[in-house]
Design a protein around this ligand. Structure first.
Ligand SMILES: Cc1cc2nc3c(=O)[nH]c(=O)nc-3n(C[C@H](O)[C@H](O)[C@H](O)COP(=O)(O)O)c2cc1C
Length: 369
C-alpha cells in the first residue's frame, strides 16, 4: 500500500502531490522587505526537496509588520519584484506538482526586534526601531510598548492582508496561510492575555476573534477560486489564563465557516513566561482535536522529524498533512529520503538520478554512516 505521506491531498481547490509541507521559516535575510540571493537558493532547494507544499516564511503585509530589519515583506512593487525573482527560479527547478504557499503576517508588538543571531531582543534607539502596534498597549516582555490600534488602524491592516494576498496571487502562489499564532498580531487580538480592549475587538471570545475572522473573510473574498486560503493557529498558549485547545477548535470551526481551507496547528509565542513541553510531536494532540472536532483540513507541526513518525500521525488520523521545519534545514532532500525509507522509488531531477538508491549502491552506505 502506498504510504499516506505520499498520497495526494486536496486543500480547497489545490491538489498537492503528497502530504509533506515545508513549514514557514523566517530567514532574516531580506533587505528592506526584499528577498535576496539567500532566498533564491533557499527556495530553489526546497522546491526540489520532495515536499508537495513549500511555504514561504512569515511575510509582512506592511513595513511596520516586519519582525526584524531582515524580514521579507509583500507590501509594495519592490518587495513583489524581489519575491518574483526568487520564486521564478524556484519554479524552474521544482519537482513536478510542487506547490508554493506564503505565510502572510503582521508582527504587531513583536515587531522592531533584532535578528535571532543578534540576540532577538527589541531594537535599541540607535538601531532604526519603529513604532509597534497591538490590540492593547501592553508590551511583549520588556520590549517596545505598542500603540493600541484604533478602528482606522484595524481597517488599514485588514486591507493590507488583502493587498498582499492579491500580490501573492499575482506571483502564482497557490496557497495563502494567514499567520494567526506565535504571539504575532492576530494572536495578540485573540488571546485574553494580550487583549484587554473593552470595545468590539476585545473582551468576549467573539470580540477577540473578530480581527482574525475579518482578515480571513476579506482575504477569501479577494482571491480567486483557484487559491487555497487557511491559517496557522494556536493549539495552546501554555498558560492557565491563555488560549486552550478548546479555543483552537472553536476558532478553526469559525475559520472553516468563513471558507478557510485548512488550519495548521502550532502553539506558544505569546508570552515568555509560558512553559512549553517540547518533545517529539508535542503539538500533534492539538491538531488531532482540531481535525476531529472542526472537520477542517488539518496540518500537524512541531518536532515531527522522521518519515515513520510522520506516517504514523497520518495513519492514526491525527492530521491530514505534516509540516516540518528544521528537518528541512538539516536536510533539504528530506522528501527523497522519506520516500526511500517508506519503500517508494521517488522521481528525482534527472540531473541527480544517478544518486537514486535503486541505481547507486553507495546510497545504502551513506544512510548507514
Ligand atoms: C529558523 C526558523 C524560522 C521560523 N520562522 C517561522 C515563521 O516565519 N512562521 C511561523 O509560523 N513559524 C516559524 N517557525 C516555526 C516553524 O514553522 C515550526 O513550526 C517549528 O520550527 C516547529 O517545527 P519543527 O520542529 O519541524 O522545526 C520558524 C522556525 C525556525 C526554526
Amino acid at each position: 500500500m502506498r504510504p499516506l505521506l505520499f498520497s495526494p491531498l486536496k486543500v480547497g481547490p489545490v491538489e498537492l502531490p503528497n502530504r509533506i509541507a515545508v513549514a514557514p521559516m523566517c530567514q532574516y535575510s531580506a533587505h528592506d522587505g526584499c528577498a535576496e540571493d539567500w532566498h533564491l537558493q533557499h527556495w530553489m532547494n526546497l522546491a526540489m526537496s520532495g515536499a508537495g507544499l513549500v511555504t514561504i516564511e512569515a511575510t509582512a503585509v506592511e513595513r511596520c509588520g516586519r519582525i526584524t530589519h531582515g524580514c521579507v515583506g509583500l507590501y509594495d512593487d519592490a518587495t513583489e519584484r524581489a519575491m518574483k525573482r526568487g520564486l521564478d527560479a524556484a519554479r524552474a527547478v521544482a519537482l513536478p506538482g510542487t506547490k508554493f504557499a506564503i505565510q502572510l503576517a503582521h508582527a504587531g508588538r513583536k515587531a522592531s526586534s533584532r535578528r535571532p543571531w543578534e540576540n532577538g531582543q527589541a531594537l535599541g534607539p540607535n538601531e532604526d526601531p519603529w513604532k509597534t502596534v497591538s490590540a492593547s498597549a501592553l508590551p511583549f516582555n520588556d520590549w517596545h510598548v505598542p500603540e493600541a490600534l484604533d478602528e482606522a488602524g484595524i481597517e488599514r491592516i485588514i486591507k493590507a492582508f488583502v493587498d498582499s494576498a492579491v500580490r501573492a496571487e499575482r506571483l502564482g502562489i497557490e496557497v495563502i496561510e494567514l499567520h494567526m499564532t506565535h504571539g504575532y498580531l492576530v494572536h495578540q487580538f485573540l488571546s485574553p492575555i494580550s487583549n484587554k480592549r473593552t470595545d468590539r475587538w476585545g473582551g468576549s471570545y467573539e470580540n477577540r476573534a473578530r480581527f482574525g475572522l475579518a482578515i480571513a473573510e476579506a482575504v477569501k473574498a479577494a482571491v480567486g477560486r483557484q487559491t487555497a486560503v487557511g491559517a496557522r493557529i494556536t493549539g495552546s498558549d501554555w498558560m492557565e489564563e491563555g488560549l486552550s485547545v478548546e479555543d483552537a477548535v472553536r476558532f478553526a470551526s469559525d475559520l472553516k465557516a468563513r471558507g478557510m481551507d485548512f488550519a495548521c496547528v502550532s502553539s506558544g509565542g505569546l508570552d515568555p513566561k509560558a512553559r512549553i513541553n517540547v518533545g517529539p510531536g508535542y503539538q500533534v494532540a492539538f491538531a488531532s482535536e482540531v481535525k476531529r472536532r472542526s472537520g477542517i483540513v488539518t496540518r500537524a507541526v512541531g518536532m515531527i522529524v522522521t518519515p515513520k513518525q510522520a506516517e504514523e500521525i497520518l495513519q492514526a488520523g491525527d492530521a491530514d498533512q505534516i509540516a516540518l521545519g528544521r528537518a528541512f534545514l538539516d536536510n533539504p532532500r528530506w522528501g527523497w529520503h522519506a520516500a526511500d525509507e517508506l519503500g517508494l522509488d521517488f522521481p528525482r531531477p534527472p540531473q541527480y538520478d544517478r544518486a537514486r538508491p535503486k541505481v547507486w549502491p553507495g546510497a545504502a552506505l551513506a544512510r548507514e554512516a
